[in-house]
Design a protein around this ligand. Structure first.
Ligand code: PMP
Ligand code: GLN
Length: 382
């Protein structure tokens, strides 16, 4: 007899990103599904990693992260958001943004707690909450511009509400929070014990001169927040799986209790390299206009198709309605397009716990022009 697992995540399958990237490879499709750039990252940064390895920075970094990197990040955050963060006690380097979010949930959640999640939602949030014995209370973003209905949020608050997770710029929709949204959030949480987890991995991928509404701009909100970032998104190296969590000292203390017995520390050479590279402000300040150009190029190309694209103000993504092409469920269409048309996308129903289907697909435009052209040439035949 062998043991069987009583699953902690009985309703969870394989993530849609793995499924669609697998299909894209199998059918040699152009992959506009999973979010990652297909162009090279900075040569200067890769050279700095090589140099760090050659210089012998190959042993464990300190548990909270390479000290000079945390110092550079504190400087960057003060420059961008005018908030002073203590690099010693309030920043933790993590193996990716997803891990930072998971660790924040694990640090705060007790069985029976509730967390407010806006759907469509990045697909790790709800399983992260469930595995900690807590419950996701979902609120749909208002279709088609995917804004938050703050009255619905107020109505969803109960004595069990432990946290609200926000994500701006937003995956999968490309919507962004405005100052008035942060004000609404502030009105709701002030005087409560509710934590905020702010997923800001796309902080620099924001377009049309819109300022990113980081929680770090609002010191009183930050006092109850875990703010999560990803170097993978900022430096076009998603495979590095390196990020960080910024939280006030008492929250960071609990966060690190989780982190120190999980990853403990992160890959050292990249931390050393990023310390030097962060001094180059243009590398992150220029990312928004660089990616905006890709968004605009893709939008222009897509006029040749029968998709109706929604607006995207940030992230790698833009969503498109396919009403004029098919009335199939979005998952069926995404699979069929990969196999028959040779273009992989992500069905937006994958970002809803109840698979709500508005007949919308998500396209990743963080690709070389040739890749976008090849994809749209195929999509225009539909
Ligand atoms: N949050 C969102 C909304 C994302 O799209 C991603 C990208 N996968 C992450 C977090 C995590 O990024 P990382 O790859 O650094 O874990
Ligand atoms: N963030 C990326 C996306 O949304 C990929 C995440 C992943 O593969 N886990 O496509």
């Amino acid at each position: 007899m062998f043991p069987t697992i009583n699953s902690k995540l009985p309703h969870v399958g394989t993530t849609i990103f793995t499924v669609m990237s697998g299909l894209a490879t199998e059918y040699k499709a152009v992959n506009l599904g999973q979010g990652f750039p297909d162009f090279p990252m900075s040569e200067e940064l890769t050279a700095l990693v090589n140099e760090a390895m050659r210089n012998g920075f190959n042993q464990y970094a300190p548990m909270p992260g390479w000290v000079p990197l945390r110092e550079s990040l504190a400087e960057k955050m003060e420059f961008l958001y005018q908030t002073k963060v203590n690099p010693d006690t309030e920043i933790t380097i993590t193996p990716g943004g997803t891990y930072a979010i998971y660790s924040a949930f694990t640090a705060i959640l007790q069985p029976g707690d509730e967390v407010i999640v806006f759907e469509p939602a990045y697909d790790s949030y709800i399983p992260n909450i469930g595995i900690n014995g807590a419950k996701a209370i979902t609120i749909n973003l208002v279709y088609p511009d995917y804004h938050i209905d703050w009255i619905a949020v107020q109505n969803a608050i109960t004595p069990k509400t432990k946290a609200i997770i926000i994500n701006s710029p937003h995956n999968p929709t490309g919507s962004v929070l405005e100052e008035k949204d942060i004000q609404e959030l502030k009105n709701i949480v002030t005087g409560t014990n509710i934590f905020i987890i702010s997923d800001e991995v796309y902080e620099h991928l924001i377009f049309d001169h819109i300022p990113h509404q980081s929680i770090l701009r609002y010191p009183d909100l930050w006092q109850r927040s875990f703010v999560c970032f990803s170097f993978g998104k900022t430096y076009n190296c998603t495979g590095w799986k390196l990020g960080y969590c910024v939280a006030p000292v008492a929250l960071t203390k609990e966060f690190r209790k989780v982190h120190q017995f999980n990853a403990f520390s992160c890959f050292t050479p990249t931390q050393v390299a990023l310390t030097a590279f962060l001094k180059n402000k243009d590398a992150y300040l220029g990312l928004g206009s660089f990616m905006q150009e890709k968004r605009d190029y893709f939008k222009d190309l897509m006029r040749e198709t029968r998709f109706s694209l929604h607006e995207s103000f940030g992230s790698y993504f833009i969503c498109g309605s396919y009403e004029r092409i098919s009335d199939e469920p979005d998952k069926d269409l995404a699979i069929r397009l990969t196999k028959e048309a040779g273009v992989a996308t992500i069905p937006v129903s994958a970002f809803y716990h109840d698979e709500k289907d508005d007949n919308v697909l998500r396209f990743c435009f963080s690709k070389k022009k040739e890749t976008l052209e090849r994809a749209v040439e195929r999509l225009s035949k539909l």
